[in-house]
Design a binder for this molecule. Structure first.
Ligand code: C6P
Length: 410
C-alpha cells in the first residue's frame, strides 16, 4: 500500500520555513508568486560558484568542461520532466520571456483577418504579447468565456475557434482562480485547423505532472522560481520543427554557427535561442530542483495540494463575510484560493495576516482585466505547496477570523 505523503518530512529541507516573522513562525502561503527553495538547490548554487564556476560551450579547461556538463545535464532533466528532448528545451529568464519569444517567433504566421484566441483569465504575460501581435499584424484577439467559478465555457469555445484561428494561448492553471483548464478538449477543437497551441505552464508544471506529448501543445512556458528553483531562469519548450522555423529573438554569441562581415548562420537547437553567456548557475540549480520534485513524486505533490485545498475550502465555510473567487469545489483545481471580504480591503487582510507571520498575496495578481471582471480592484490570495500543512491552514483561517474581529471593533 502507498504511504501517505507527509509535508512535515520535507519541511526540514527548507531553511526559510524556520523563520520567525513578527514573533510568529512563518506560514508561507504565497507559493503562486514564488516558492521556497530546498537546501539542495541553495547548495547547488554555492557549489557551482565555489568549485567549478566557469563559462560553458567555450573552454577546453577542466572547469569549463564540468560547467558545460552540469548545465547540459540540467537541460536533460528538465526535458525529461515534461516528456520532451533537450533540443526542444530553451533556457530563458522566466515564463514572461518565454511567451514573448514565441509571440515574436510566430509573427510571420499571422496576418490581417486571422484571429488569436486566449482566455479572459490570462496573466498579463500571456495577454499583452498577443495584444501586441494583433496590433502589429491586424489579427483580432478573441476571448474564451468562463463562468463565475472560472470554468471555461466549451460551447462558447467552439464558436471562437475556427479556420482563421492561428494561435490559442491559454494558461494551464489560473494564478487567480485556481482552475485547471481543459487543455485536451481545447486541443481537440483546434487540431483540424492547424492552430498553434501555446500553454502557459507557470502554475501547472510546479504542481502536477505535465507531459507535452500527452497535451499535444506546441509551446509550453514555465519559471524555475515557482518550482523550488532560483529566480531569473525559466524554460521554453517548443516542438522541434516549429523552433527550427522560428526566427531567433536575441542575436549574439553562442546562437550562431558561422559569422562573416556580411551575414550569419544560426546555431542548431536549442542554442539558436540562447544568445550570450547563459544563466549557468541557476540552470544547474533548476536541475537540482527537478531532482527534488522527482524524489517526492509529482503525484504526491498534487495529491497533497488537493488534500489541503479541500481542507481549506471546507474551513472557509466557517468564516463570515469572505467570498472565494474561483471554484469552491476541489474538482480540476489547484492549490490557489483567491478571496475578498464584504467590508475589508484585501490589502488590510494581507497586512494583518503578516502580523501573525502569515504571508499571502494581495492585489490584481497581474491579471487586471480578470480581477476587474469580478467588479473588484483587488483580491487576497493564499497559495499552497508541498511543505504546507493542515496546521498552517488552521492558523490561516483562525487569523482570517481575527481580521474580522479586529474590524468589528470600529
Ligand atoms: N504569477 C503570481 O503571483 P514570471 O513572472 O515570468 O516568472 O511568471 C509570469 C506568470 C505567467 N503566467 C502565470 C499563470 C503566472 O502565474 C505568472 C506569475 C505570479 O501570480 C507573479 S505575478
Amino acid at each position: 500500500m502507498k504511504t501517505k505523503f507527509d509535508p512535515n518530512k520535507v519541511r526540514k529541507d527548507f531553511p526559510v520555513l524556520d523563520r520567525v516573522v513578527n514573533k510568529n513562525k512563518l506560514v508561507y502561503l504565497d507559493n503562486a508568486a514564488t516558492s521556497q527553495k530546498p537546501k539542495s538547490v541553495i547548495d547547488s548554487l554555492t557549489q557551482y560558484y565555489s568549485s567549478y564556476n566557469s563559462n560553458v560551450h567555450r573552454g577546453v579547461h577542466t572547469l569549463s568542461v564540468e560547467a558545460t556538463e552540469a548545465y547540459e545535464n540540467a537541460r536533460v532533466k528538465l526535458a525529461e520532466f515534461i516528456g520532451s528532448i533537450p533540443e526542444e528545451v530553451i533556457w530563458t529568464r522566466n515564463t514572461s520571456e518565454s511567451i514573448n519569444i514565441v509571440a515574436y517567433g510566430l509573427k510571420n504566421k499571422v496576418s490581417a483577418g486571422d484571429n488569436i484566441v486566449i482566455s479572459r483569465m490570462e496573466h498579463h504575460s500571456n495577454l499583452v504579447p498577443w495584444q501586441q501581435l494583433c496590433n502589429q499584424t491586424g489579427a483580432s484577439l478573441r476571448y474564451l468565456e468562463h463562468n463565475l467559478e472560472g470554468r471555461i465555457d466549451l460551447i462558447d469555445a467552439k464558436t471562437k475557434i475556427d479556420a482563421k484561428t492561428k494561435i490559442i494561448a491559454i494558461t494551464h492553471m489560473s494564478n487567480v482562480l485556481g482552475v485547471i483548464n481543459p487543455i485536451k478538449e481545447i486541443r481537440e477543437m483546434s487540431k483540424k485547423f492547424g492552430t498553434y497551441l501555446v500553454l502557459d505552464g507557470a502554475q501547472s508544471v510546479p504542481h502536477f505532472k505535465v507531459n507535452v506529448n500527452d497535451l499535444d501543445c506546441d509551446f509550453l512556458s514555465f519559471s524555475a522560481h515557482k518550482m523550488l528553483g532560483p529566480t531569473g531562469i525559466g524554460l521554453l519548450y517548443g516542438k522541434e520543427e516549429l523552433l527550427n522555423e522560428m526566427p531567433p529573438f536575441y542575436f549574439g554569441g553562442d546562437m550562431i554557427s558561422e559569422v562573416s562581415y556580411e551575414s550569419a548562420k544560426w546555431n542548431d537547437l536549442p542554442y539558436k535561442f540562447e544568445a550570450g553567456t547563459p544563466n549557468i548557475a541557476d540552470a544547474i540549480a533548476t536541475g537540482t530542483a527537478v531532482d527534488y520534485l522527482n524524489s517526492v513524486g509529482m503525484d504526491n505533490v498534487f495529491e497533497h495540494e488537493e488534500d489541503i485545498t479541500k481542507y481549506a475550502l471546507e474551513k472557509f465555510k466557517e468564516l463570515d463575510g469572505y467570498n472565494i473567487i474561483g471554484p469552491t469545489d476541489e474538482d480540476a483545481r489547484g492549490g490557489v484560493i483567491s478571496f475578498t471580504h464584504d467590508k475589508i480591503h484585501p490589502h488590510d487582510i494581507g497586512e494583518i495576516l503578516d502580523k501573525f507571520g502569515i504571508a499571502i498575496r494581495t492585489g490584481h495578481h497581474c491579471a487586471m482585466p480578470l480581477v476587474r471582471s469580478y467588479e473588484i480592484v483587488a483580491a487576497a490570495r493564499a497559495s499552497f505547496y508541498l511543505y504546507n500543512t493542515k496546521e498552517e491552514i488552521d492558523l490561516f483561517v483562525d487569523a482570517l477570523g481575527e481580521v474580522v474581529a479586529y474590524f468589528d471593533k470600529f
